[in-house]
Design a protein around this ligand. Structure first.
Ligand code: SAH
Length: 433
């Protein structure tokens, strides 16, 4: 089959990056993608190549004495028996045609993705169930739990939607000291959680040197995985932070529609944001992105483009949340995004991007108390706790009435969704696993 893809799996991220640049330098077209789960952790990145380049790639790697774990056919994920299971369901012909493609693993077009984002009634139910099955087959039943420490709410940007934007009157602006952050990190470490997300506004106070010092200390004292979410920075800064030990980077694209992007971000440029995502990927970060649902002027077609962007960029973790108006911002009177559209976007993203992490977002929990369970049953497989110390939390209201997801509410959502807690969690006696 001429369109058969192959994937090269390396022993480490640095080897993978070296192999990738070597192949690229010798004119082999490569793509970096999340490693399919059957070949290891989906947190790692694999190199995808086409059938026609397989032999030449093998030769190049051999000539340069590159030991790789292997080159495997990139199996297309199928959902066998899907059509059979739908034979007594009332669904339209166009929907059936798309489900047939999902069953055989064919790529969905923008039009088909848009169609799925618009379904209602029994088709919506089938969409959620199919995404849930894809999630189960690819990433299993365990819900990955991560936790965020929002360490500064100072921000030099004025994104129109954001409740901590520059110019917005926040009760108090705060910056946590390194010791305060470490105290919160240690508390998390005791719960067994393996990854801490360090998030802030775009605050120049935290220079790269300060962040490097913090990253090294977290690694030295806890060895936890570190996700940074500190906005747009230069290539050199991203490289230095990676070298210091940061593992993942969360920078949401928010929307791929250039006009909407411009309208909501007076200080930003979509091309720069895309460039940052590209750099993060090239530097070997586990790349996290996401979007908001229900932005002014956003249509299902725009959300379909966002999903295609996640796929084409090989994004590992995709946070999809409803837009929620924040008091005191230019968008405070705008209507909030819908729970149903957010859930459909989660489900379609699972069907299109397949082996990725999709969190049931805090934003969803903030507009629907049952939102996280619903997302976990529509394709999502991870949860993020808010672990900012209580005295600062209320000052990090990026949107109004933000839900403070703690370990107990996360455990509840996981149980209600009929899913498994990760083994690494250290639980109190009264909580039965
Ligand atoms: N300064 C960092 C972190 C921003 S806050 C950065 O730029 O990456 C993290 C996320 O919160 C944003 O990416 C955005 O998707 C979300 N967010 C901010 N305001 C929001 C709102 N009003 N409604 C919903 N989500 C919002």
């Amino acid at each position: 089959m001429s369109n058969q893809q192959y994937i090269i799996i390396c022993y480490s991220t640095s080897q993978m990056l070296r192999a990738d640049s070597l192949l690229k330098a010798l004119n082999v077209t490569t793509d970096l993608i999340p490693t399919p789960s059957e070949y290891g952790s989906i947190c790692s990145t694999a190199i995808a190549i086409s059938h026609k380049d397989k032999e030449i790639a093998e030769k190049i790697l051999m000539d340069h004495n590159f030991a790789v774990k292997g080159i495997f056919p990139h199996e297309i994920r199928k959902l066998s028996g899907l059509m059979e299971s739908l034979k007594n369901t009332v669904i339209s012909q166009p929907f059936k045609d798309i489900m047939k493609k999902v069953e055989t693993g064919e790529t969905l077009s923008k039009e088909e993705i848009t169609y799925l984002l618009k379904v209602e009634g029994s088709e919506k139910k089938v969409l959620f169930e199919t995404a849930d099955r894809m999630r189960k087959e690819i990433v299993g039943d365990v819900v990955e739990v991560r936790a965020a420490i929002e360490f500064s709410n100072y921000c030099n940007k004025s994104c129109h939607y954001c409740g901590i934007r520059n110019g917005c009157s926040v009760p108090n602006r705060y910056r946590m000291t390194e010791d305060e952050i470490m105290e919160a990190v240690h508390q998390l470490h005791k719960t067994g959680i393996k990854t801490v997300v360090l998030q802030s506004g775009e605050d120049d106070y935290y220079t790269v040197d300060l962040l490097i010092q913090l990253i090294k200390r977290i690694k030295r004292e806890t060895k936890m995985g570190i996700t940074l979410s500190v906005g747009e920075r230069s290539y050199e800064e991203y490289a230095a932070l990676k070298k210091a030990g940061a593992n993942n980077y969360l920078l949401k694209i928010e929307t791929t529609n250039p006009e909407i992007f411009q309208f909501i971000h007076p200080d930003d440029d979509l091309q720069v944001r895309k460039q940052c995502a590209q750099w993060l990927k090239e530097l070997g970060y586990v790349n996290a992105s996401g979007n908001m649902i229900g932005l002014p002027g956003q249509r299902p077609e725009d959300i379909a483009e966002d999903i295609l962007f996640f796929k084409e960029m090989g994004i590992h973790m995709i946070g999809i949340g409803p837009f929620i108006p924040a008091k005191g911002t230019p968008f405070e009177k705008y209507p909030q995004g819908s729970v149903e559209m957010t859930l459909k976007a989660v489900a379609v993203t699972r069907l299109v991007c397949k082996n990725v992490f999709i969190p049931a977002t805090t934003a969803l929990a903030s507009i629907d108390p049952d939102g996280q369970r619903k997302a976990l049953q529509a394709g999502a497989n991870s949860l993020m706790l808010i672990s900012t110390p209580p005295k600062y939390r209320l000052n990090y209201q990026i949107y109004s009435n933000k839900n403070m997801i703690d370990l107990d509410s996360a455990i509840e959502a996981i149980k209600e969704a009929g899913r498994r807690l990760p083994k690494y969690l250290v639980l109190n006696e009264e909580v039965s696993v």
